[in-house]
Write a protein that binds this ligand. Structure first.
Ligand code: TEU
Length: 540
């Protein structure tokens, strides 16, 4: 069996603080609100919370633009609230994993306020500058949020680099003083008892902008090894890097079992399988299901024994999976349970995004009701280039990040129990039907299905350490696989679509097996599955 680690055996729950629970009626979620919901999370059975950023920020990118890494933004609460959250979560066996944004800071961070004062300011080289002339940036590098990645500063006669918004200047990791400042800050949080870190776009910290290389630069793993050695290595932490460009080979570097870098990474190869090849996430294409099976299976087998997977369908940047690849109409409950069963039987650490355990769905708002900087930039850019409004809105409905950021739906009271005030973004109108109160006591709810899956992972080591094998690779509707460990076989059978299907399993898998969990009350006819049917069996 592979090296045992707590972060291999737990399930992580991601909280987007601004949309989770408001406690003071300002319409924005906060830390005391999260504390008030810890018993809900303990009931679900999760062992860690990945907390999207709560540090001081002008909120240009909802907190992914940090202006003080060592203080909490007043909209979320105080440092004392954060310390209380760490303590109260710990009492329930839940660790807090902080979201660290190290590729860039806010332009309101004191470092940048100093840096832009003059070329010889001691903080100037904390950021990436290039001499130039107005109107002719150093090269065609674009910001992920639209427009050029270079911002002209006339008083300096220079451009600064921002791979994201103009208020998110990239930090210069080549500067050892920047690295030391970051390591000191991380150690300060480790001393406060955090249980780990999620590292925002960590693959972008090593870049060669003059060669239009924005990430995965030659020094990347030197930086991450130094970071780990100077900080993470001193505690038993979960560290997960967000690495959009990772391949299994690269992932083996990041999550090398020798502990020299990180615990695991978020890779996104499966996430791009419903985009037009070579276009952007906004250019829609039907999901390539056979590719989904092949890609997820590749990651299951190629990391085996050499690295560790994260397992996710959702996060605060992604549309909600039951709308994206399930069926948020007649089969919402069954398809949400199927997607959960499919993912939670795999090898790796599962991540549940707030509301995913309830089957929360995407939304369709008029453009004026959206808030996300990325989506609003897209709307402006594409409508100005002549794209029809309906076509742009179809892309936003399908892929906009605000799909994941509508407030958590707690109950059927006004504003879904999220706030007593006016929410910063509208609550999904379906909250009266889809909410935690309606599901917590219902053994047939999506919430109960997640709770059972999390309990099964704790009860059976085969979920964590079993060897994976894909079955029926060419079947166009069924995703089936086994996990094997010490003579135990876990069999997972999922019908990914909404029609009855038949299939044939290998002889060895047709013997007596104990049903662990299913999303239909009764047994199907052997060799068949009903719409979105999911079943897990265990054979000893
Ligand atoms: O996201 C990285 C990133 O590039 C995503 O914005 C992604 O490109 C896009 O959203 C796909 O839907 C991280 C954070 O998760 C995101 O919330 C931040 O906006 C971004 O970095 C900048 O910090």
């Amino acid at each position: 069996m592979q090296q045992q680690k707590w972060w291999k055996e737990t399930v992580v729950y991601q909280i987007y603080p601004r949309s989770f629970q408001d406690s003071d009626g300002d319409g924005i979620g906060d830390l005391p609100g999260i504390i008030s919901r810890l018993d809900y999370l303990a009931e679900l059975g999760i062992g860690a919370i990945w907390l999207s950023p709560v540090c001081k920020s002008p909120q240009d990118d909802n907190g992914y633009d940090i202006s003080d890494y060592r203080d909490i933004d007043p909209m979320f609460g105080t440092l004392a609230d954060m310390e209380r959250l760490i303590r109260e979560a710990g009492r329930r066996g839940i660790r807090i994993v902080m979201d660290l944004v190290l590729n860039h800071s806010s332009d309101e961070h004191p470092w940048f306020v100093e840096a832009k004062k003059s070329r010889d300011n001691p903080y100037h080289d904390y950021y990436v500058w290039r001499d130039g002339e107005p109107g002719s940036p150093p090269n065609g590098l674009g910001s992920i949020f639209g427009g050029s990645a270079w911002q002209w500063m006339p008083e300096l006669g220079q451009y600064y680099l921002h791979l994201f918004s103009v208020k998110q200047p990239d930090l210069n990791w080549e500067n050892p003083r920047v690295r030391e400042e970051i390591y000191d800050m991380i150690n300060w949080w480790i001393d406060k008892g955090v249980g780990g870190f999620r590292l925002d776009v960590i693959d972008l910290i090593a870049k060669e902008p003059d060669r239009m290389i924005t990430g995965n630069g030659p020094k990347l793993h030197d930086y991450i090894r130094e970071l780990s050695e100077k900080t993470f290595g001193r505690a038993d932490l979960l560290t997960v890097g967000e690495t959009w460009g990772a391949t299994p080979e690269i992932a083996k570097l990041y999550s090398n079992p020798d502990g020299s870098e990180l615990s695991m990474v978020f890779q996104f190869e499966h996430i791009g399988l419903d985009e037009k090849e070579g276009w952007s996430k906004w250019d829609l294409a039907p999901l390539d299901f056979l590719k989904l099976k092949a890609v997820l299976s590749k990651w299951q087998t190629e990391l085996k024994g050499e690295a560790w997977n994260s397992l996710f369908w959702n996060n605060h940047d992604l549309p909600r999976i039951v709308s994206r690849w399930g069926n948020d109409g007649a089969y919402r409950v069954r398809s949400a349970k199927m997607l959960a069963t499919l993912l939670h039987g795999m090898q790796g650490t599962p991540y549940v995004y707030q509301g995913e355990e309830l089957g929360m769905t995407n939304v369709r708002y008029p453009i004026e009701d959206y808030r996300d900087i990325e989506l609003l930039h897209l709307y402006k850019e594409r409508t100005e280039r002549g794209y029809p409004h309906e076509e742009v809105m179809a892309s936003i409905y399908a892929k906009g990040r605000d799909n994941a950021r509508t407030p958590m739906q707690w109950d059927a009271s006004p504003q879904a129990g999220f706030t007593a005030g006016e929410p910063w973004i509208k609550v999904n109108p379906n909250f009266a039907e889809i909410n935690a109160d309606a599901q917590r006591g219902d053994p047939d709810s999506i919430f109960s299905h997640y709770r059972q899956l999390i309990a099964l992972r704790k009860a059976h080591k085969v979920f964590v350490y079993g060897d994976y094998e894909l079955l029926l690779p060419e079947h166009r509707d069924v995703f089936a696989y086994t996990r094997k460990l010490d003579g135990e076989t876990l069999l997972v059978l999922c019908n990914f679509y909404g029609a009855d299907v038949s299939f044939e399993l290998p002889e060895a898998l047709t013997g007596d097996m104990r049903l662990l969990i299913a999303n239909y009350a009764d047994e199907p006819q052997r060799g068949t599955l009903r719409p979105y049917e999911a079943r897990m069996y265990l054979a000893q």
